[in-house]
Structure formats: structure tokens, C-alpha cells
Write a protein that binds this ligand. Structure first.
Ligand SMILES: [Zn+2]
Length: 393
């Protein structure tokens, strides 16, 4: 593969450091060979593919920490997510490509039908399809009859949780998703009540970590959020009802909040098309959800960005919309950038992504705008490079 040189860019390396004006990125065999000021860059050769960024912002490839790649984002998630596995695969292939085009080079998939997500993830890794890199949970773990059982494996006890985690690992899952409370998108299930004890979650986290798998907990209500955080999960998804204790744990511990503000927002945008139970539960949580996010942002809680793409009208590749919601609800622009790059990579346990520095995978995007002065910059993706391959320019 030709090496890629991106010049005339303002470099944001993904960490909390000042941008570098007139910067250059050089890749070699899919890895970053240089990222820094033009004056220190190695000379280009005739074989290089040189891209002029036109003074745009050069960032690490973006990371969406919460998607359902095999679900399209139609009005009825329950019906759409439960389709046969082959159909899930076809959707996943399309959505992975769409996501990559939006500058999102890596996603964490938190559950789909059958083995669909695992199949699509493998196809991408082996180069059979072009799309975002996918770290997938395969299926979610939930109590019998619990939220998302239609994309889940049912487990009521710690022993069952551990057994299912081992099965999923054997099948190719790389992360674990536990549904720690009720949820919005399952008819007849309340959204907030806790489903597992701290001890059960602790046992599941230990088993997952022993296999090198990070754990995401879907948690809407406070009891489930606190049980998940005390149980040692790596991220709380949604986190609609946070209190001071939960925010303290998210600030001082090692867990991240992945708020997915897009999820209830897009459901309510969808109006009558979305099933009534999902709209009613979104309305019930949305105010608390945003207030919780704002309080967590103000307190300095650890945040990683995630859309919940695949839920109603929450389309793949829509991370820019989530980042706008995060900013509108109190997260400063420098932390918005970190949430979609280095913090996301840290949550996913990826030490090869999320930061533009020598030796990391050459995943990068160019935005026609300044992400530190306007969140709209994320909607203006002009160049996408994934593992040293120019997928959009
Ligand atoms: Zn989700």
C-alpha cells in the first residue's frame, strides 16, 4: 500500500494538548510514522499519496462506543432487531460502510440478532468488506423476559451470566453487554428497575475481564447504575438517573459514562411512527437523562461518546449529532473531542487507536472546520483514512 501524507492541517492529537498548526501526518504500512509540525516531517517520496487538508482539522479516526450495527434505525427496534441472522448480516455490512464514510473508523457494537454482528465484525477484520472496525458483544445478557431479550441471551444468576460470557467469547465476541435495568425499547418492561445485584455484576465483570473483555452495562435507573459501577463495569450506557454517588464513581473510578443522548431524542423526533410504549418511556426519561448528563459533565465525570445507532431514527454514522447533543448539554468542546477519540479508545481497551501518534494505527479524519470553536465541524468530514488506506478524500 502506498504511504499516505496529509499536509496543511491543524492537528488535534486526541489528547488534552494544544492543536498544532501547519501539521503533517505520514503513514507507513498502515501505521502512523509521523504526526507533528511540517518542519519536522520526513521528506515525501514520489510513491506517496499526498493529500492537502486545506487548513482543516486533522483528528484521530472517530470512535462510536455504542451502536447496533445490524439494525437500521427504523421505527420499531424490537421488530427490526429480531430479524433472521442473514438479514442482520446484510444490514450490518451496509451500516459498517456508512459509519466509516462518516469518519468513524471504530465502533463498539452492543448487540444484534443471532451471530450477525460477530460475522460482520470478522468480515471487516479479514478485509472481506470495507467498514468501521467493529468490537462486538454479539448478543446482550439479560434476565429472562428482560429488556432486549430479542437480541439477548437470558441469564438470571451469576453462574448463568458467567457461562454465557464464556460462550460468547468462544463465538468471537470481544466485549460484554449486560442489561442491568429495564429499558425503553421493550414493550411491557419498565425502563428503570435494577435486574442484577452488585455481587452478580461483580462476578460477571471478573469473568469477562479474565477473558480480556470489557463490560458495558445498560443502566437507566439509579439502583442499577450504582450496582453496575460498584460491580466494576467499564461503562454505564445511558445513565439517565444519576445522583451524586454515581457521578462521584464516574469521576473518581475507572468507568465511563456513554450517555447516548441521541437515543430518546431521535425516538421523540420520530413521532407517531415509533411504537407508543417507546415514545412514552422516552418522554419519561429524557429530562432526567439530560439533567444527569449536565451534572456529570460539570463534575468532570469520565465520558466516552456513543450514539446507540440502530435505535429508532438514530441512523448509522450519526456521531456528529451525538457530539452536538453532548455539547448542547454542557460538555465543553475540548472534552467532546476527547470523548470521541482518546477516551473512547481507553474505554475499549485499544492502545492502537484514538490518538495521532507514532506507532498507532493510521486511522484519521480531516474536518473542514475547527472542532474547538464549533461542534458543527464534525458534520464536515472531508477525508477518512483507516489503517493507512484512504477510504474517502
Ligand atoms: Zn443500545
Amino acid at each position: 500500500m502506498a504511504d499516505v501524507v496529509i499536509r496543511n492541517a491543524v492537528l488535534h492529537n486526541g489528547r488534552k494538548s494544544a492543536p498544532i498548526e501547519d501539521a503533517v501526518l505520514v503513514t507507513h504500512r498502515g501505521v502512523i510514522a509521523y504526526a507533528g509540525p511540517a518542519r519536522g516531517a520526513p521528506p515525501t517520496t514520489a510513491a506517496d499519496r499526498v493529500i492537502d487538508a486545506g487548513g482543516g482539522a486533522l483528528l484521530p479516526g472517530l470512535i462510536d462506543c455504542h451502536v447496533h450495527v445490524c439494525v437500521d434505525g427504523g421505527p420499531d427496534f424490537m421488530a427490526e432487531a429480531g430479524v433472521p441472522e442473514e438479514e442482520g448480516v446484510a444490514r450490518g455490512v451496509r451500516n459498517a460502510r456508512r459509519t466509516l464514510d462518516a469518519g468513524i473508523t471504530t465502533v463498539r457494537d452492543l448487540g444484534g440478532t443471532g451471530r450477525a454482528s460477530i460475522i460482520v465484525s470478522g468480515q471487516q477484520r479479514r478485509g472481506v468488506i470495507e467498514g468501521s472496525r467493529i468490537l462486538t458483544a454479539g448478543n446482550v445478557l439479560t434476565v429472562r423476559g428482560g429488556h432486549a431479550h430479542y437480541i439477548g441471551r437470558q441469564a438470571d444468576t451469576a453462574e448463568e451470566l458467567v457461562a454465557e460470557i464464556r460462550h460468547l467469547h468462544d463465538e468471537g465476541a470481544e466485549v460484554v453487554k449486560i442489561v442491568a435495568t429495564g429499558g425503553v425499547l421493550t414493550e411491557g418492561v419498565d425502563a428503570t428497575s435494577a435486574k442484577y445485584s452488585e455481587e452478580q455484576l461483580h462476578a460477571a465483570v471478573d469473568a469477562a475481564h479474565a477473558l480480556g473483555m470489557r463490560v458495558a452495562a445498560h443502566a437507566i435507573g439509579l439502583d442499577g447504575i450504582v450496582a453496575a459501577l460498584r460491580g466494576g463495569v467499564d461503562s454505564v450506557e445511558h445513565g439517565c438517573y444519576l445522583n451524586e454517588e454515581a457521578i462521584g464513581l464516574l469521576r473518581d473510578g475507572s468507568s465511563y459514562l456513554v450517555a447516548t443522548l441521541s437515543a430518546p431524542t431521535r425516538i421523540l423526533d420520530g413521532g407517531d411512527a415509533v411504537p407508543e410504549y417507546a415514545r412514552a418511556k422516552s418522554l419519561e426519561v429524557i429530562k432526567a437523562h439530560r439533567a444527569s448528563f449536565r451534572a456529570a459533565a460539570e463534575a468532570g465525570a469520565r465520558m466516552a461518546s456513543g450514539t446507540d445507532a440502530g435505535t429508532p431514527f438514530n441512523l448509522h454514522g450519526g456521531l456528529a449529532g451525538e457530539l452536538a447533543l453532548m455539547h448542547d448539554n454542557g460538555l465543553p468542546l475540548d472534552r467532546v473531542l476527547i470523548s470521541a477519540t482518546s477516551a473512547a479508545a481507553d474505554l475499549l481497551g485499544l492502545n492502537d487507536a484514538g490518538v495521532l501518534e507514532e506507532g498507532r494505527r493510521a486511522d484519521a479524519v480531516v474536518l473542514d472546520g475547527d472542532p474547538l470553536s464549533s461542534v458543527d465541524a464534525y458534520t464536515k468530514v472531508s477525508v477518512v483514512v483507516q489503517a493507512g488506506v484512504v477510504v474517502r478524500a
